[in-house]
Design a protein around this ligand. Structure first.
Ligand code: F6R
Length: 608
C-alpha cells in the first residue's frame, strides 16, 4: 500500500527521500512524489509509474532543502496519474500533504471546501487534507493539523509541511502506521521502518489519534487533545543487509531460501527438549487464564489465514481446545458471542492489516482476550494485544508472503504443544514433537535443494491457464496457500480445494489442460488422496504430486513428483508448502511477471 518517508535535518533531503522511496517500493504503488522546503519555498515533483520515472524527472535539477516529505501511492480514489500522485497542495500552494489511508467524509468536505473557494486539482480524498490544513493554519502547523483531525472521518497516516513553518514536519495518525526515526543528522518519519533503517535503528512508534512535530534537533508527540506524550525509544533488530537482495534475483526467492533460518529464529531459545515443553515468554503475562481456556479463535487474512487454518488442525491434534479460524474481514462484521475466557490469536506478518486490527478491536469489545503472533516489532497488532509471540523472521519484502507462513506454523505448533503438555499430551509425545521441530530447518534445506527440478516442472506446466491444488486435513490449507501463491505472482488462475470435495463439483473441470498439484505426504489420509489422484488420472488430468521421500506408489500414478523428507504428520505443511512456493515463483519467472511487486497488490493492506 502507500508509503510515507520524511526527513528534517542538516543534510540535503532529496537523496535521502529518494532512497527511502526505493526502500518502500516493495509495498506496491503506482505513482510517487516528493516536496522539499528550502526555507523560503516548497518545490513539489510527482510522476506516474515507478520511482525511476520520478528520478529521471529530477535529474539535472538542483533541488536544495533539508526538510521534505515523499510518498508512494497505491490508488484508491482516482486513477494512477501524476495529478493524483502525492504530495497534494491547497489553493495557495503553501501546504503540502502526503497521506496513507482513506478519508471517508471526503465528498461532504469537498463540497463544503469548494463553497469556501478551494480549488481542487486532483480526484483524491487526500487533497481535502491540504485544503483543510490551509484553512486551519494560523501560524501553528501542529494546531492546524489537530483541528483538521477533528473534521475528518476515516483513516490516515499523514505528513505535512507548510511554507511559513519552514523548519518542521507535522505527522499524525489514525489507523495507518507511522514511526519516527531518530538519526544523528536529524529526524525521520515513515510508514515503515525499512524506509529509514539505512540511517537509524532508533525509532518511536506513533499511536492512533496522536500527532507529532519533528524538527532537526527535536520531536514532540501529543494526543489529539494536545496532551504531551513521552514514549520510549525502541531499537530495530534488523539492518540494511536484511533489506538487500544478497545475490538473489528477487526478494521472493531470497525469502523462500531464508526459511531454514527463519524457522530457526522462530524456535531459538523456545525449546526445552528434556521436558517436552516449549518456552514462550511472550505469552506468560496471560498464562494463568490461557492454560484454562478451552476456546481459541485465530483471526487473520490471506496467507496468514491459511497458516491459521493449519494451526487449527495442529491445536486439535495436540490440545483439548476448541479452535475456530476466521477471516478477519468477515469476522469483524459478525455478531460475536464468545464463551467465557475465549482467547483470540491475531496472526499477521505486518501487524498492520486493517481488517485484522478491526477484528481484534471488535472481539475485545465483546470480552475476548487478545494474543498476537506478529513479525513486525512495535506494530499496531503487537501493541493492541495483551501478549504474544514475535516471529523474528526479519523484514518480508516480496509482496507474496512466503517465509512468514512457515514461521507462523512453527510458532502456532509451539503454542499448541505448550498448551497440550498442560493438558493430555504425554512427555514422550512432547519430546518427540520437539525433536521433529528441531529437524525442520535441515529438512527445509533438503526440499530447497530440489529447486532446479521444481524449476523444470514449472517450465513444463507454466503455460497452462488453470491449475488445481488438492490436499486433505493439515494439507488442505496448504493447497489453498499454493493456489494463492500461484495466482498472485504468475496470474495463472488456480484453485485450492480439500480433495474430498472433488466429487462434489470441481472434478467437472478435470481435463488434459488442467494440471493438479496433489499434496500427498504419508499420513493417515494418504489412501484417500491416492483415490483422488486416480480419479484425476482416469480423466486424463496431469498430476504433480508432493510426496514423502521413497513413495514409489505415487511415482506410477503422477506425472511429476517432488519429495519431502518424513516428519510428524502435523509438521508436514512446513515442508509441503516449500515446493508450492517454488512452483509459483518459477512459473512467474517463465511468464516474465513482476515477481516481487505483482500487479494490483500491495504489501501490508492498511485500508479496508
Ligand atoms: C499473500 C499475502 C497476503 C497477506 C495478507 C495478510 O501472499 O501476502 O495475503 O498474507 O494480506 O497480511 P499480514 O500477515 O501482514 O496481516
Amino acid at each position: 500500500m502507500c508509503g510515507i518517508v520524511c526527513y528534517v535535518g542538516n543534510k540535503q533531503a532529496g537523496p535521502i527521500l529518494l532512497e527511502g522511496l526505493r526502500q518502500l517500493e516493495y509495498r506496491g504503488y503506482d505513482s510517487a512524489g516528493l516536496a522539499i522546503q528550502d526555507g523560503n519555498n516548497i518545490e513539489c515533483y510527482r510522476s506516474k509509474g515507478k520511482i525511476a520515472a520520478l528520478e529521471s524527472r529530477l535529474e539535472g535539477l538542483d533541488i536544495k532543502g533539508t526538510v521534505g516529505i515523499a510518498h508512494t501511492r497505491w490508488a484508491t480514489h482516482g486513477e494512477p496519474s501524476e495529478k493524483n500522485a502525492h504530495p497534494h497542495t491547497n489553493t495557495d500552494k503553501n501546504v503540502f500533504v502526503i497521506h496513507n489511508g482513506i478519508i471517508e467524509n471526503y465528498y461532504f468536505l469537498k463540497k463544503k471546501l469548494k463553497k469556501n473557494g478551494a480549488r481542487f486539482r486532483s480526484d483524491t480524498d487526500t487533497e481535502i487534507l491540504a485544503h483543510l490544513i490551509g484553512f486551519n493554519y494560523n501560524g501553528d502547523l501542529n494546531d492546524a493539523v489537530r483541528k483538521t483531525m477533528e473534521q475528518v472521518e476515516g483513516t490516515f497516516g499523514l505528513a505535512v509541511i507548510h511554507k511559513n513553518s519552514p523548519d518542521e514536519i507535522v505527522i499524525a495518525r489514525r489507523g495507518s502506521p507511522l514511526v519516527i526515526g531518530i538519526g544523528e543528522d536529524g529526524h525521520f518519519a515513515a510508514s515503515d521502518v525499512s524506509a529509514m533503517v539505512r540511517y537509524t535503528n532508533k525509532v518511536v512508534h506513533i499511536q492512533d489519534n496522536e500527532i507529532a512535530t519533528l524538527t532537526m534537533d527535536n520531536f514532540s508527540i501529543s494526543t489529539a487533545q494536545a496532551k504531551p506524550i513521552n514514549r520510549k525509544t525502541e531499537t530495530v533488530e534488523w539492518g540494511t543487509e536484511d533489506t538487500e537482495l544478497d545475490g538473489f534475483p528477487h526478494y521472493m526467492l531470497k525469502e523462500i531460501f531464508e526459511q531454514p533460518d527463519t524457522i530457526k529464529n522462530a524456535i531459538r531459545g523456545r525449546l526445552e527438549q528434556g521436558e517436552g515443553v516449549p518456552k514462550l515468554g511472550g505469552i506468560m503475562p496471560v498464562w494463568d487464564s490461557l492454560k484454562e481456556s478451552r476456546h481459541l479463535v485465530i483471526v487473520a487474512c490471506g496467507t496468514s489465514y491459511y497458516a491459521g487454518s493449519v494451526g487449527k488442525y495442529v491445536f486439535e491434534k495436540l490440545t483439548e481446545i476448541d479452535v475456530q479460524v476466521e477471516l478477519a474481514s468477515e469476522f469483524r462484521y459478525r455478531k460475536l458471542n464468545f464463551a467465557p475466557n475465549t482467547f483470540i490469536i491475531a496472526l499477521s506478518q505486518s501487524g498492520e492489516t486493517a481488517d485484522t486490527l478491526a477484528a481484534i478491536r471488535e472481539a475485545k469489545r465483546k470480552g475476548a482476550r487478545l494474543l498476537g503472533i506478529v513479525n513486525v516489532v512495535g506494530s499496531s497488532i503487537s501493541r493492541e494485544t495483551e501478549a504474544g509471540v514475535y516471529n523474528h523472521a526479519g523484514p518480508e519484502i516480496g509482496v507474496a508472503s512466503t517465509k512468514i507462513f512457515t514461521s507462523q506454523l512453527t510458532i502456532l505448533t509451539l503454542m499448541a504443544l505448550l498448551l497440550g503438555r498442560y493438558q493430555n499430551l504425554s512427555l514422550t509425545e512432547g519430546v518427540e514433537a520437539i525433536r521433529a521441530i528441531q529437524s525442520l530447518p535441515e529438512q527445509v534445506r533438503e526440499v530447497l535443494s530440489q529447486a532446479n527440478r521444481i524449476e523444470a516442472i514449472a517450465e513444463k506446466y507454466c503455460r497452462y491457464n488453470n491449475w488445481l491444488f488438492l490436499g486433505r486435513k493439515y494439507n488442505y490449507p496448504v493447497a489453498m496457500e499454493g493456489a494463492l501463491k500461484l495466482k498472485e505472482v504468475s496470474y495463472i488462475h488456480a484453485e485450492g480445494y480439500p480433495a474430498g470435495e472433488m466429487k462434489h463439483g470441481p472434478i467437472a473441470l478435470i481435463n488434459p489442460e488442467m494440471p493438479t498439484v496433489a499434496i500427498v505426504p504419508k499420513d493417515d489420509i494418504y489412501e484417500k488422496m491416492i483415490s483422488n489422484i486416480s480419479e484425476i488420472k482416469a480423466r486424463k488430468g496431469k498430476v504433480i504430486a508432493i510426496v514423502t521421500e521413497g513413495d514409489d506408489k505415487i511415482k506410477e500414478l503422477a506425472d511429476d513428483v517432488i519429495e519431502i523428507p518424513p516428519t510428524l504428520q502435523f509438521l508436514n505443511p512446513i515442508l509441503t508448502v516449500i515446493p508450492c512456493q517454488l512452483l509459483a515463483y518459477y512459473c512467474a519467472g517463465f511468464l516474465n511477471r513482476e515477481i516481487d511487486k505483482p500487479r494490483n497488490l500491495a504489501k501490508s493492506v492498511t485500508v479496508e
